[in-house]
Design a binder for this molecule. Sequence first.
Ligand code: HEM
Length: 422
Amino acid sequence: MSTTIDTDISARTFWEKPFVERDKTFAHLRENDPVSYHRPYESTLLPPDEDTPGFYSLVKYDDIRMVSRDSKRFISRKGILMEDFPEIVQVATTSFLAMDGEDHKRQRGIVSTAFTPRNVKKIEDWIDEHAREIVDEMIDRGEGDFCTLVAKELPGRIFAHFFGAEVGSEDQEILMDAAEKMLAWDDPNAAQGRDALETFGDEAQRIQDIALKAADDRRENPQDDLVSWVVNAEFEGERLDDWEVAAFFSLLGSAANDTTRHSLGHAMLLFDEHPDQLELLRSDFDGHAEAAVNEVLRHASPVMQFRRTAVEDCEIRGTEIKAGEKLVMWYCSGNRDDEQFPDPARFDITRGDNKHLAFGGGGAHYCIGATLGKQMLKSAMKEVYTRIPDIHVTGPPELQLNNFIHGVHSLPVAWTPQSGSR
Ligand code: HEM
């Protein structure tokens, strides 16, 4: 066993290392210790004491899919991340992501009925419209931070649109800012001097206040926005109550917003590093868009992990797991498993059969917004690459310190300004 590989993924310092360094650890674990046990994470959310149990790491593609798809034996309500959250915070902010069985089925069922084909088409139209406007607004500048100009802006505007908040309104500002900071509790840029739990709690509260206000209004005055569709959605005769609505929208703050934002940052970075792949994409954008987006998601793994808890004793690759033990599924590792993806570090938009784990390993919790997330990536990339052909990265990205989201905080870019190009 190599002595140079650091396998202590529970150390905060591990998450300060660049992705490529961490990737070596996961490659080492896939090869040598695919079901490894780790001490509890050095969490700042709920610092572990001597009784806090550690967790198993699943790093192989097949194991992650197996656990994801077996929500009877591997449950979510005991915690969804490597780090524990105080229970009250989890209940208030994670909605059905942290539920199982009938509770999960009921709430996911109600929310799913809000995403009718008509409503999804409307959201897709908003996405195209906002992507166009965002590029209109930046095209004559010539330089800037890609994350501020595009990656953060598109999902942020769509998230605000879900609440019916106008572009440029105070609510939009609050929603975008809170959604960004909520999930970056370990990052000093987001915490701004607060402790991790305070950061998470305050930011979730800001989203919930707006959600509750909007829900109250939309029960009486339904409009064309997601809050109206969700509060009026019914599944097996049931609707969501106010607190369920608030929890769902604070989940979406991270689930719909941050995930897409960082995926877009990675898209710009990856295509800049691989000009041959960009040329290929440009040669037939619509023909390659779906595969390109899937390859960005596989390669970057914007959501790096989710956790389950075993409810009965079981065995995975010969390792005995006891009921009550935690299993962390490392999507960022499964997406680099060479038994599933030949030459996994290669960024290749022609990869066939790209069944990546970026939206989870399938099963009950598979991402409800996978199609919309991909639509945001396609729409933004199309506007950017077709209208600003020489856009390029001019300096190193600033990455987030985070063990959950693989986040690009900022990415300087430049291009030839094109005034009046519309
Ligand atoms: C590129 C963008 C996105 C990525 C990478 C992503 C990733 C994920 C992942 C990994 C999961 C958990 C799967 C599991 O535990 O098995 C998830 C769940 C979820 N996602 Fe996404 N997501 C994205 C976009 C979106 C969007 C746009 C929405 C909403 C419009 C959304 C809503 C949700 C919800 C509600 C869940 C919880 C599903 C459940 O527990 O039943 N996501 N997402």
